[in-house]
Design a protein around this ligand. Sequence first.
Ligand code: ZN
Length: 79
Amino acid sequence: MPTYEYACASCGHQFEAVQSFSDAALTECPKCGKEIRKVYSNVGVVFKGSGFYKNDSRANAPTAKPDNPPASASKPIKD
Ligand SMILES: [Zn+2]
C-alpha cells in the first residue's frame, strides 16, 4: 500500500497516511480540520535500477584477470 504524506497549511501539521489507490484522498487536517494538501516526496515510492545494470565483473568473469596482457600484445614482434 502506498504511503501518502499530507501537510496542513493552517497549523503546519504533517502526517503520513497509508491508503490504497481506491481510497479517496484526505482533505481535512485531523488536528484543526482545515484543508490539507498532499505532499509528494520520495517517501514510500522508490524507483530502483531504471536503465542501470550492476555487473560485478569480479564474480561473474573469473577468467578476466586485470594482470593478463591483451591478446594483441602477446604476439611476438619481429623486426
Ligand atoms: Zn491543521
